[in-house]
Write a new protein. Structure first.
Length: 337
């Protein structure tokens, strides 16, 4: 292999010994162009092999091999200045929670109430991260440890919690109370990636954006997060699988770092899926999102208002037959004010 060919492979982060992974022992010295093609086309395959080996070694507790992996070295490289973004003091962030217990609405528990015409969601205690020792496994935190997960806008935060259609969601608004330094995972478009280091970062970012069905699949992202935390940064930033906006994980979620501002209640109305049809070269979609009139939305709002008012009047919320006509009319008027 001549020097020019070696330099081309090195440019894309490929060691000549890596070629054995794809069944090549060498590249003919007069096929310099093939070196460039291999670097671009096979770089993803080579990186995938190394990344899969890294995950397997970690899961099988072969830590010595995992720590010596090129993938582990790329985690350290993530913590360089070029990947640090600053979240300024005063930045608004959003955190969502599914209201699994309808009694939280029925009994006005955890801060849910009407304030004039506004339906308020959970209070700050129930909107913030869970206390230490209660949290389950998360994408970045191990069981019982506690990090603050949030997003840069409300729809993204509400999408991340995987609610079902019809679920009620409490969406809280917080503000960042000091400048934070975050490591940003840059997930480039596949066609833009050519070097092996970029492919390693792509696979790391993919681990954080891809939804999982089994919490055990979080073990590798928990490990990566812990290694990043050791570099003294405040958290990580990665793209949402659902909206492509930013998700944040803040390691230090003390009250002087994150300040609760307000909350409100949403209801998941629909889920839209769009597909690229390569044959027709166009976007095709599922059935159109069903529209709701203002009156229909007011009716839904009046229903929740009625539940809360009934509880305040000590009238069983599941038996409206005991309510007087004045009670019912009062609920509707207040809900539509």
């Amino acid at each position: 292999m001549n020097q020019t060919t070696k330099e081309i492979l090195e440019k894309y982060g490929i060691d000549p010994s890596d070629l054995k992974l794809i069944g090549l022992d060498d590249i003919s010295d007069n096929l310099v162009k093939s070196a460039e093609q291999i670097a671009k086309i096979w770089g993803q395959v080579i990186a995938n092999i190394y990344f899969s080996e890294f995950v397997s070694d970690f899961e099988n507790r072969n830590y010595e091999k995992a720590y010596n992996s090129v993938v582990f070295k790329s985690i350290d490289n993530l913590c360089s200045d070029k990947n640090i973004v600053e979240i300024k003091k005063g930045t608004k962030v959003y955190r969502a929670r599914i209201i699994n217990d309808i009694n939280d609405i029925y009994d006005c528990k955890k801060g849910i109430h009407f304030e004039g015409e506004f339906l308020k969601g959970y209070d700050w205690i129930n909107s913030k991260e869970p206390p230490l020792g209660i949290a389950s496994d998360g994408r970045a935190n191990r069981q019982y440890s506690s990090y603050f997960y949030c997003s840069d806008n409300g729809p993204t935060a509400a999408s991340e919690i995987k609610a079902n259609i019809g679920d009620y969601i409490s969406l809280a608004l917080f503000t960042i109370n000091r400048d934070l330094k975050m490591i940003q995972f840059e997930e480039k478009e596949i066609l833009e990636i050519s070097s092996l280091p970029d492919w390693y970062q792509y696979y790391i970012a993919k681990c954080f954006t891809t939804p999982v069905s089994d919490p055990k699949q979080y073990h590798i992202t928990q490990f990566i997060s812990d290694e990043i935390r050791k570099h003294g940064v405040d958290g990580i930033c990665y793209k949402s699988h659902f909206t492509n906006n930013n998700n944040y994980v803040i390691f230090n979620c003390s009250m002087d770092t994150i300040v609760f501002f307000s909350s409100k209640i949403l209801q998941l109305h629909s889920q839209q899926l769009n597909f690229i049809d390569f044959s027709a070269e166009k976007i095709i979609s599922t059935k159109p999102i069903p529209d709701l009139s203002a009156d229909a939305i007011q009716t839904k709002k009046a229903h929740i208002y009625g539940i809360i008012q009934a509880q305040k009047n000590e009238i069983p919320s599941n038996d409206n037959s005991k309510m007087t006509e004045d009670d019912k009319n009062g609920q509707t008027e207040n809900a539509q004010s």
